[in-house]
Design a protein around this ligand. Structure first.
Ligand code: NAD
Length: 740
């Protein structure tokens, strides 16, 4: 028998071949060109070897497979871009053929004449789940670790290897659409209930059960290839179809505002595909897939939400020459809102935490936060009572700084007051080893100035979390002037240990994220003052792809916090640093009407008792003369809200605060949900083209003011025809950071 690099093929006495996928050079199985070539040879071998009665496909790793290597897709796109300028038609044909390779290979498997059963032993994603759907039988290990999904839509593409056709031929159409358009993750039980898998069995019996399906006479023919096949959800042109399709289109529109071409393409694939024979349907899918692959959205989303995100999570910006650190004990100072959350995520990563506050009851209260978060997880079936016990046993509440002895890292989250922070820094350093790293979670005070309170400023760094700490995936790591690589490496190892994504930022007021967020809110304040009806502002933001409207966001973070920040900015930078009209609006809300935001039940919104829903405060429209809605250009509102953030991100790059465009992009999506279909705040500019972006902001500046003045950097880039990813190629970024 032929030897394969990525597979073993063992036939048993009954003539059933066990095909085990186990890539020697990867921790997870993924589809590469080599894997596909080998798989094709195996399918041929099974089909043509008389002694083989059928095949069971499984994985030799803990997980089944992560799906296609998106690097392969990027290569395919690169080839397309290269060819496109020479011969567009030929380039599209090449892309079409490449895009269809996997889909037709799976078709070959399901029509090879021998029965195939997929034995899904662990997480099974994307192309691997599509391969499994092409098998005649599917058996899944009954374990919470097994998750199945077709998540492609989350990175701007869709399941293009038969997924859009086989799912709605196995499950009812509504559930199929839900799964495909959201990239929903399925448990074994859910997949079985939907009709996507045949059996859920104890993990140890997995291969045996798969083989038994073949021995029991599994037919090597898919239901859709049998005469008289009926769709589980009924035909498109039927009463059921008439009830389903119009709302399905409306729901998709409501969820995406048409910003995600891949999600729309899924609906088209399913609708059109269910009207025709299976192979025609596969061709329809292949055509839409080829179209979607060429969209800016796909290119940008694959880059930011898959490739860059993975690279940052692996510590792309970590100094190479410092050894990795495993933490045995971490200190958290301040057991308030943020400190309690930081203690929770640290203990959740299995690291012992000492949680210090002014007195033991305050520290205990911080620990109780972890208990209530764990209760929530237990209620949802995502944790067991013993997990709660274990986690709580890792948190030691205390009011004694001596308890910090032996901590390799201490994170300070006490009041936002320089004097209080100075006091706790000194007390902690008196106990800590000189090599320990001290981090501050401050949101506004420059790290360099806080580092002056430290005897070892080289070990002083900012680790800036976002609230709620347990949910927000981004962490900003802020370098003070004297911060050295060892502290940076420690901070990155910590962020990696708690499974969040780090971005590295140089020291400045508001760092990166808050600078951008403030711009978003300020533009909305201007709109309110101009008399744009508030619901239009909030809706325009959602239509532009933002998850939370700017006024709702101001309420969430507190209107009086916005007031505090503005007042502090005036104190530090002078009265011109804040638009007096904005100050007046916020002062009116806070001082005249006591509207502090969600926390006191009234801000830009009113928050009535549940189950009533929040709604915009009716009094808002009495503050400023209102424009007629039909006189407001919604497209322009959308442009203003996105452009003001993108310009700030460009300024941050110009100032060298962020040096790597991957961090600016991923950071903008993870921290405040910057329109994910754009690939992030800088990719928004790159995707539209710097010249076009400048033309747009010039118009906006003329009409709305200097906040839309583009930095010199963008003019220079436009002149040179550069993108951010060319100008600040990630390797150069690392060098610049070192030099900074
Ligand atoms: P908080 O008021 O909820 O908690 C502060 C805690 O520090 C309190 O429990 C207080 O008892 C304790 N504390 C005060 N002085 C102390 C001392 N001398 N020794 C020990 N403990 C002391 O505040 P918070 O919202 O958790 O903010 C904490 C820090 O995190 C601030 O620097 C803030 O700027 C920053 N931050 C806050 C947010 C947010 O959304 N709230 C987001 C990012 C960063």
């Amino acid at each position: 028998m032929t030897d394969y690099k990525n597979f073993t093929v063992d036939a048993d006495k009954d003539g059933i071949a066990l095909v085990t996928w186990d890539m020697p050079d990867r921790s997870m199985n993924v589809f590469t060109e080599e894997v596909m070539n080998e798989l094709e040879a195996i399918i041929d071998h099974v089909a043509t070897t008389e002694a083989i009665k059928g095949a069971v496909f499984t994985s030799g790793k803990e997980t089944f497979s992560g799906g296609a290597d998106l690097g392969m897709l990027q290569k395919m796109l690169g080839l397309f871009e290269k060819e496109k300028n020479k011969d567009r038609k030929k380039a599209i044909k090449l892309l079409f053929d490449n895009a269809g390779r996997m889909g037709w290979l799976w078709r070959k498997l399901e029509t090879c004449g021998k029965p195939w059963v997929s034995a899904i032993n662990g997480t099974c994603m994307g192309g691997a789940f599509e391969l499994s759907l092409a098998c005649h039988g599917r058996v899944v290990a009954d374990s919470p670790a097994v998750k199945m999904a077709l998540p492609e839509v989350k990175v701007g593409i869709f399941p293009g290897a038969g997924g859009t056709q086989r799912v709605p031929r196995l499950a009812n159409t509504q559930e199929a659409l839900q799964m495909l358009t959201t990239g929903q993750t399925l448990s074994p039980q859910k997949a079985k209930a939907m009709g996507l898998v045949h059996q859920v069995v104890p993990p140890k019996k997995l291969v045996e059960a798969a083989k038994k399906m073949i021995l029991d006479g599994l037919k090597p023919v898919q239901p859709w290839d049998e005469k008289g096949f009926k769709l589980p959800g009924g035909p498109v042109y039927s009463a059921a179809g008439a009830n389903l399709w119009p709302p399905a289109i409306a729901i998709l529109r409501r969820e995406t505002y048409g910003n995600y071409p891949a999600a729309t393409a899924i609906l088209k694939c399913v609708y059109e595909g269910l009207l025709v024979p299976f192979e025609t349907a596969l061709t329809i899918e292949q055509r839409y897939f080829t179209e979607i692959m060429q969209t800016t959205e796909a290119k940008m989303m694959i880059r930011s939400l898959f490739i860059s995100l993975q690279e940052l999570n692996k510590g792309a910006r970590r100094p190479q020459d410092v050894p990795m650190r495993k933490f045995k004990k971490i200190g958290v100072l301040g057991a308030g809102f943020m400190g309690a959350g930081i203690a929770f995520v640290t203990a959740k990563a299995g690291i012992p935490v000492v949680l210090v506050d002014r007195d033991v009851p305050a520290a205990e209260k911080g620990k109780a936060h972890s208990a209530s978060l764990m209760d929530g997880l237990i209620k949802k079936g995502r944790a067991m009572p013993e997990d709660k016990e274990k986690l709580l046993s890792l948190i030691t509440p205390s009011d004694d700084y001596a308890a910090l002895d032996g901590c390799e890292l201490v994170i300070e989250a006490v009041f936002e007051d320089s004097e209080v922070k100075k006091g706790v820094t000194e007390k902690a350093e008196a106990v800590l080893k000189p090599s320990a790293t001290f981090a501050s979670n401050t949101s506004t005070i420059p790290i360099t100035s806080l580092a002056r309170n430290s005897k070892r400023p080289k070990n002083f760094i900012g680790i800036h979390f976002f609230s709620p700490v347990d949910k927000m995936m981004l962490v900003e790591i802020i370098l003070g002037k004297k911060t050295e690589d060892k502290a940076l490496a420690t901070a990155m190892d910590y962020v990696r240990a708690i499974k969040k994504t780090p971005i590295v930022v140089n020291d400045t007021r508001g760092f990166y994220v808050n600078r951008c967020v403030l711009r978003y809110m300020q533009e909305a304040f201007s709109m309110v003052i101009e008399g744009v009806p508030a619901p239009m502002i909030e809706n325009a933001a959602k239509m532009a792809g933002m998850p939370v409207g700017p006024l709702a966001l101001t309420d969430e973070t507190a209107v009086d916090l916005a007031q505090k920040i503005m007042k502090q900015t005036i104190r530090d930078l002078g009265p011109k640093a804040v638009d007096p009209r904005h100050m007046e609006l916020i002062d009116t809300l806070v001082d005249k009407y006591g509207r502090l935001g969600r926390k006191n039940g009234k801000g830009f919104y009113d928050y009535p008792e549940r189950p009533a829903k929040k709604h915009l405060w009716a009094g808002l429209k009495d503050l400023y003369p209102q424009k007629k809605p039909e006189k407001v250009d919604v497209e322009e509102l959308k442009q203003r809200l996105l452009a003001t953030i993108a310009l700030e991100a460009a300024r941050v790059m110009e100032e060298g605060i962020v040096t790597d465009p991957r961090e600016a992009d991923v950071g903008s999506i993870l921290a405040f949900g910057f329109a994910p279909y754009t690939g992030g705040a800088l990719s928004y500019i790159d995707g539209m083209g710097v010249k076009e972006f400048l033309a747009m902001t010039k118009q906006l500046q003329k009409k709305y003011g200097k906040q839309f003045k583009a930095p010199a950097l963008l003019h220079d880039m436009a002149e040179k025809g550069e993108t951010f990813y060319q100008r600040f190629a990630p390797e150069t970024g690392a060098k610049e950071r070192k030099a900074a």
